[in-house]
Design a protein around this ligand. Structure first.
Ligand code: ZN
Ligand code: ZN
Length: 686
């Protein structure tokens, strides 16, 4: 009998597929790419290992053969295969889903050969300018660096908790320099591509051509080329990347820095694997015998809990770099402002006054509104009709500025479109109510509306807007950020993109136009998130001078405890309150959550399936399984949604819970009554 191998294919169906190795080919090593037939198609897969014969195997005459071995060497090291398997097991998805997330797209291209002798060589855009030594560290930074290294003596993971502008990046730079000198590789993860612009400029000046960048704005060919280099050589190198870079080939003893570790964008929501890059980084460091540094001004509650309980090392930086003061925070009570009619559109009189003052001083201003578009919905003033997406259970957002897709830029699409933020479908804004002929009125406000109001209030100011709609092309971030940094823009309006890690010297005023929207999220993390976001936004102000930098927060609910914590920059107060709540209501870190989302085209069949699954799970898990939950948005792209949530005590084994859970999911999926049903597990949902 000819030897057989198990092959991973980038399909979400089952873990591996078995193929025969024809006598004309050598047996490919684990991690090698092969071309195999599947039905009438040919696919590129990764060899998992030699197949162990079982009774269920197909007879020899029905086995299909590997067609081609693509690479002379494996493109995946054993450690990466272990990591893939861990990811698939932990996040409850087929390993093929991990393959799709972990390899650059070009790896699925059989034309692309990962060998030293390849002809299709792509040049990495390499820095050729001069490099300069890093800035020397101040006392606090030196102390932090010493403590981090000491922390790594006894822990794989160290948390650096440093207030905004304490100079964490400079500490990272010195640690990276040391690691590279020791011949180690360094992976520097950032939560948003928007951040890499300023960061890469700064890192390039120190590390020159030793630095590579890996994220979705780098071309497929360049990503593949970096991957190829990393697999072929273990030379010391610094890689800056977004979430998926955590799966790149890394050498033993690598250092992984997870900057802004609290950021929710480290978690992949869709498609599977629904992984958290921070968790993967920690597992990775264990496999590589490497070290992890988590850095942030506002640690996530789970991370801080792990640090306080001694699971991670903890290092603090409590002073801003060069003794800068944290900005003054002023709350503006919108109830009072509206009552006294001291509002201009969405700007309170005191805010207008302060913006005028700062513009007159030649200073720059950031206006934060975490909602894009012009207005979140429009409504008929007579009958109350709200236009909704035909395929999703959400009201349509009004856009007035630019086409959503810049590839599809037609003047006719510029004005007044209603857009679904879930599926992207669009329709025009009706002049009158389609139900009663009444007048349509806009409600609420997003960044586009703020842009209009700013133009009316401060006609002399130069304004830029940074949100998903203005940053769709490769270089859009860089253009906006450089223009603002160069002083060509006075007021920058933006969503959460402007809140994270950006460094602008001349910003003296940051305003949060509507903080209440941050607090009304339906999640046990909503206060924590609001605190993170307000602290991060505040951190953008007064980064180089002490004279009167200020953060203005407009709210209808000034007595909310989150504002008290933010005004005092009191992370510990937020943490103490939140950790008590989490314990009281059995949320992480005291439990682990698994959310099961059920999806079906037919609402009645979905409801029946959800009830049947709930009944089965309650029989096994008791109170740990929730009742059927109708999510806030209960239909997306014509698919109805229901959820079940499992809460497993942290002291219990989540692995065992998954073992108990799996057969019930499979039974429900196999039931012909629910044909067409999907069940999407999300482990550690955000
Ligand atoms: Zn109407
Ligand atoms: Zn939709």
């Amino acid at each position: 009998m000819l030897p057989r191998v198990d092959v991973i294919l980038p399909l979400a169906i089952r873990d591996t597929y078995t193929y025969r190795v024809p006598s004309s080919l050598p047996i490919p090593a684990p991690g090698t790419r092969v071309v195999v037939p599947l039905a009438t198609r040919q696919l590129v897969g990764i060899v998992r290992g030699e197949h162990v014969i079982t009774d269920d195997d197909l007879p020899e005459e029905k086995m299909r053969d590997i067609i081609l071995i693509l690479d002379a060497e494996p493109v995946l090291r054993e450690e990466q295969l272990q990591l893939w398997q861990w990811t698939a097991d932990y996040y409850m998805c087929p390993i093929g889903d991990v393959m799709a997330a972990a390899l650059p797209n070009k790896a699925n291209d059989r034309q692309y050969v990962l060998a030293e002798s390849t002809r299709r060589r792509v040049k990495l855009s390499e820095y050729t300018g001069e490099t300069v030594p890093p800035h020397p560290l101040d006392d606090q930074q030196q102390e932090a660096m010493r403590s981090i290294k000491e922390g790594w003596q006894s822990h794989d993971v160290v948390l650096l908790h440093g207030v905004t502008s304490s100079g964490k990046t400079e500490v990272y730079i010195h640690l990276i320099l040391e690691a590279l000198r020791e011949g180690r590789q360094v992976l520097y993860l950032v939560p948003e591509i928007a951040l890499t612009t300023q960061l890469t400029d700064r890192l390039q000046r120190v590390f020159g051509a030793q630095l590579s960048v890996y994220h979705s704005r780098v071309t497929d060919a360049q990503r593949m080329e970096l991957y190829r280099r990393l697999i072929l050589s273990r030379e010391p190198r610094l890689i800056v990347g977004a979430r998926s870079a955590v799966f790149l080939p890394l050498s033993d003893k690598a250092l992984i820095i997870v900057d802004e570790e609290h950021e929710p964008s480290y978690k992949q929501q869709d498609p599977a694997p629904r992984y958290h890059a921070r968790s993967i980084a920690i597992v990775r460091a264990r496999l590589l015998k490497g070290k992890v540094l988590l850095g942030t001004a506002t640690p996530s509650v789970e991370t801080y809990y792990n640090a306080l309980s001694g699971k991670y090392g903890l290092v603090r930086m409590t002073r801003r770099y060069q003794g800068l003061q944290l900005p003054r925070i002023t709350l503006i009570d919108l109830r009072e402002q509206y009552h006294r009619k001291e509002m201009y559109d969405h700007f309170s009189d005191p805010l207008v006054l302060r913006i005028r003052e700062e513009l007159a001083r030649g200073k720059q201003i950031i206006l934060f509104q975490n909602r894009r578009g012009y207005a979140p919905y429009v409504q008929c003033t007579d009958c109350g009709y709200v236009p909704k997406c035909p395929d999703c259970d959400v009201s349509l957002t009004l856009h007035t500025k630019n086409a959503l897709s810049t590839n599809d830029y037609r003047p006719s699409t510029i004005h007044h479109r209603l857009t679904c933020h879930y599926c992207g479908s669009e329709q025009s804004l009706p002049d009158i109510c389609p139900q009663c002929g009444g007048k349509m009125r806009v409600h609420g406000f997003g960044t586009e509306r703020i842009e209009d109001e700013v133009a009316a209030l401060f006609p002399e100011a130069r304004v830029a807007r940074m949100d998903l709609d203005t940053t769709r092309r490769k270089d859009d971030y860089r253009a906006i950020i450089s223009a603002f940094a160069a002083g060509e823009v006075d007021i920058l309006i933006g969503t959460q993109m402007v809140s994270k890690g950006l460094h602008f010297d001349n910003v003296s005023l940051v305003a949060v136009l509507n903080a209440d929207a941050l607090l009304s999220q339906p999640s046990f993390r909503s206060y924590e998130r609001a605190f993170h976001m307000l602290e991060q936004v505040s951190g953008r102000a007064g980064r180089t001078e002490n004279t009167g930098s200020e953060v203005i927060i407009q709210t209808f609910d000034p007595l909310h405890p989150v504002f008290d914590w933010v005004m005092r920059h009191d992370y510990n107060a937020m943490y103490d309150e939140q950790i008590n709540e989490r314990e009281l209501f059995a949320y992480p870190p005291f439990t682990r959550l698994i959310t099961l989302t059920l999806r079906h085209r037919h609402a009645d069949r979905l409801e029946a399936a959800a009830l049947a699954l709930a009944q089965r799970l309650k029989a096994v898990f008791g109170k740990r399984c929730s009742d059927v939950i109708v999510p806030g948005v209960a239909r997306i792209q014509q698919l109805h949604l229901r959820q079940l949530q499992l809460r497993i005590e942290s002291s219990a084994s989540i692995t065992r819970a998954k073992v108990l859970l799996r057969p019930h999911i499979e039974t429900i999926l196999a039931d012909p009554a629910y044909r067409g049903l999907e069940i999407l597990p999300d482990v550690d949902p955000q």
